[in-house]
Design a protein around this ligand. Structure first.
Ligand code: GLY
Length: 287
């Protein structure tokens, strides 16, 4: 059993608080795995803890779009049967990852705000943006010409991948997007194959970083496909170098179906960690 989580890749050094919350989330998810929970249960559990913390760019900590509205994206995929659920632009629900999970129980894969809200209406409401979020938006508006720099500094999407006792894999992610974004902008996180992918015959990957570049490379599926012939570390490195060619800053957490795993990024930092057996390790960067 292995569980890996991240709190975003970027050029800004992760805080001690963020690293502590990642450890807490990993321990909580691993307890579930130890008590017979599935890889999917563990991934949803970890991401829920991170969404609820308000520390990361997900759930109640999610960024506001330039019209002042928070539109959250999330997705989950199970490697056993390639079942996937994804939500785009949720404006009112507290835990997008749980909404994504509920969509796996419908005939569909992706639902947007209102439709997803009907399926997931039992979930609690998303709190209103606090003063910090509004101030951050005001700063972003003033500096919106410096979009690229802001992009690089402010990734803090969250994600997790897991391998459970039965050999099943799962991947998930949740985000509030990037710092400066037009209303309606959607990144990689809810795009199956770009932000996440899981297939028991290959592996499970959850990506973070510049969503537009990740979508163009279809990063998560590319990295998983390469696992047929290479190790996780090599596959991640190859694709993270490739994405740099189009200016993409990104990171990925990855497990193959043999239980080998990697945490890789082409940014200075990626708050991330893993738990396997008795070993729990969380760091601000893995290279
Ligand atoms: N990687 C998150 C986003 O671009 O929305």
């Amino acid at each position: 059993m292995i569980l890996i989580a991240h709190g975003g890749a970027g050029d800004r050094k992760p805080t001690g608080k963020a690293l502590k919350k990642l450890s807490e989330a990993l321990s909580s998810g691993y307890d579930l795995l130890k008590s017979g929970g599935t890889a999917c249960d563990a991934v949803v559990n970890v991401i829920t803890v991170l969404e609820d913390s308000g520390i990361f760019n997900a759930g109640r900590g999610g960024n506001l779009q330039l019209d002042g509205i928070r539109r959250l994206d999330a997705s989950i995929m199970e490697g056993k049967d390639l079942r996937a659920g994804s939500v785009i632009g949720l404006e009112h629900l507290k835990n997008p990852i749980k909404a994504a999970l509920m969509i796996t129980g419908t005939p569909h894969v992706i639902l947007t705000n209102k439709g997803a809200g009907r399926i997931a209406k039992g979930l609690g409401p998303l709190p209103k943006p606090d003063r910090k979020a509004i101030e951050k938006l005001e700063r972003a508006k003033k500096k919106s010409r410096e979009t690229v720099r802001l992009y690089e500094q402010h990734f803090s999407t969250v994600g997790a991948v897991a391998l459970d006792e039965t050999g099943d894999l799962a991947a998930g992610a949740s985000t509030g997007g990037v710092s400066v974004m037009l209303p309606g902008r959607v990144g990689d996180t809810p795009v199956i194959g770009a932000g996440i992918y899981a297939d028991n015959s290959l592996g499970a990957a959850s990506c973070t970083g510049m969503g537009e570049a990740i979508i163009r490379i279809v990063l998560a599926k590319e990295i998983c496909m390469q696992l047929a012939t290479m190790t996780p570390a090599r596959s991640a490195r190859l694709s993270l170098n490739r994405i740099l060619n189009i200016g993409g800053k990104a990171g990925v957490i990855l497990i193959n179906n043999k239980g080998q795993f990697s945490v890789s990024h082409n940014t200075k930092y990626m708050a991330s960690g893993f738990i396997k057996g008795k070993k729990l390790l969380v760091k601000e960067a893995f290279q």
